[in-house]
Design a protein around this ligand. Structure first.
Ligand code: COA
Length: 190
């Protein structure tokens, strides 16, 4: 199965809305850290600022099967972004989120961002695995977790390798989650 990866523009917004509305109730809780009825999802999409935000998509033909939205903002003198990601349920565990994240990190470095934050529920094991690919700076605070990717740091070799030779759907059990750490501590065997 071949996916096409590309930045998303304002013209892609109907596909963005359709993709996010296709997430079931629990996926929406995982994506937004709260329940998100249809009207809230549509309203949220209407607030995206394509001129400033970094938005990457994965397409299968005409269907948008995954995306990352990274609003960019200043914290003091630093330029930072906050990453939100989702992949269609029937296209997961194929490396789509990893590939989208790699593209987003590249764009963020080009834009001169200092850090990327990822806020997610601690029970979200796929997200914990994904975050561990890119950073060791992961702070658990009860139900919520914040991962911080420091972009001045050199890219991690394992993430680079994953982009080039990603096997499909084999979870964390077959390879280390992060360099030298061994199988994912979050227990990401699916
Ligand atoms: C989190 C999410 C984006 C991952 O998408 P994906 O395309 O399946 O992710 P990848 O295939 O790139 O895999 C990323 C990691 O998660 C692991 N993983 C994927 N699905 C998993 C599952 N169901 N159980 C455990 N681990 C899983 C993979 O093994 C991989 O770990 P590894 O890199 O250590 O091998 C997807 O599950 C999703 O859309 N969830 C709902 C929305 C959400 O939770 N968003 C995050 C909040 S910002």
């Amino acid at each position: 199965m071949t996916f096409r990866y590309a930045p998303l523009t304002a013209q892609d917004q109907p596909a963005v809305v359709q993709h996010l509305l296709s997430l079931d109730a629990d996926d929406r809780v995982l994506r937004f850290n709260t329940t998100a009825p249809d009207e809230k999802v549509v309203e949220y999409c209407g607030r995206w600022n394509h001129a400033d935000d970094i938005v990457e998509g994965a397409w299968e033909g005409e269907r948008l099967i995954g995306l990352i939205h990274l609003p960019v903002f200043r914290v003091g003198a630093d330029l930072v972004g906050e990453l939100g990601v989702s992949v269609a349920a029937d296209r997961r565990k194929r490396g789509v989120a990893t590939r989208l994240a790699l593209r987003t990190l590249d764009s963020s470095r080009r834009r001169g961002l200092d850090r990327i934050y990822i806020n997610f529920l601690t029970r979200n094991r796929p997200m914990m695995c994904l975050a561990r690919r890119f950073t060791d700076d992961i702070a658990l605070d009860g139900d919520e977790t914040v991962a911080t990717i420091h972009l001045d740091a050199a890219p991690r070799n394992d993430a680079d390798a994953a982009d080039q030779s990603r096997p499909s759907g084999d979870g964390c059990g077959h390879r280390p989650c992060a360099a030298g750490r061994g199988p994912c501590a979050a227990g990401c065997s699916g």
